[in-house]
Ligand binder design. Sequence first.
Ligand SMILES: C[S@@+](CC[C@H](N)C(=O)[O-])C[C@H]1O[C@@H](n2cnc3c(N)ncnc32)[C@H](O)[C@@H]1O
Length: 271
Amino acid sequence: MPATPFTDPHLIANLYNSPARLVRRTRSLHAAKTRGADAAATITELAAQHTSHLQTVCDIGCGRGSTTLRLATGLRPTKLLALDQSPALLDVAVERCRAAGHAVTPICADFHTLPMPSGSIDLAVAAFCLYHSTRPEAAVAEIARCLAPAGRAVLVTKSADSYAELDELVAAADLDPDATTRPSLYQTFHAANAPTIVATSMTVIEVVEQRHEFRFDDLEAVSTYLATSPKYSVAEHLRSYNRITDELRRRLPNTPVLTTSTVSYIVAEAN
Ligand SMILES: C[S@@+](CC[C@H](N)C(=O)[O-])C[C@H]1O[C@@H](n2cnc3c(N)ncnc32)[C@H](O)[C@@H]1O
């Protein structure tokens, strides 16, 4: 699989070494969203439809724990594991669950070498994280290894063309003239190739695709999102959110910006 900025191990460690960037990115997307169900709620609904008597649930690549928390409240498993390579994000996930009255066991690990015993997990979730791997099939095989005989996995990603309209905006403003030809951040594991990758070590039971639509009210709103993206090659002095706003305003009309992304949920069981 070809590398993208999202698969560079140093960049990944940097991107997720504190919750701040992730909070800004998620908040700006949520504020702009005009269509599309909440991902954590959809994952929990799918998991509830496809499982029963959940003992051990693991949220892989849990980040700040938004999905972990939803799994805790919606499924009430006997044991909830939250796994991530970022100690800082794990701390946030554990604290958010604890504040809501749910115990969670944090596991700081790489999803290519899961530390859980084979056959020990009833439900594994990996949402918006497997595209950080140049060999997602290896991570999927590890998840399959950890699944109990009747266990299920819910693996979630986005379409490769997600937010393509923003690439056009960045190119039109000359912030990064090559923005439209840069590889998708989701290139290694996206809505179109993910079911095939999952099928290398699991049986795909269901694929649900949901189109999400976004309307950033103005160039300032879109800049808050762009400033969190590792995708573009932007001059160092233009990297801050207000510099990007200034630059966009200098070159483009300050009108709303529309964009889309398709979110793909793959439900699978071990072969
Ligand atoms: C975009 S966040 C997704 C967070 C969460 N699943 C959600 O949906 O809100 C991606 C997460 O994957 C984690 N991650 C990336 N590569 C990883 C790896 N090799 N092993 C474990 N976690 C990884 C990052 O630290 C980050 O927390």
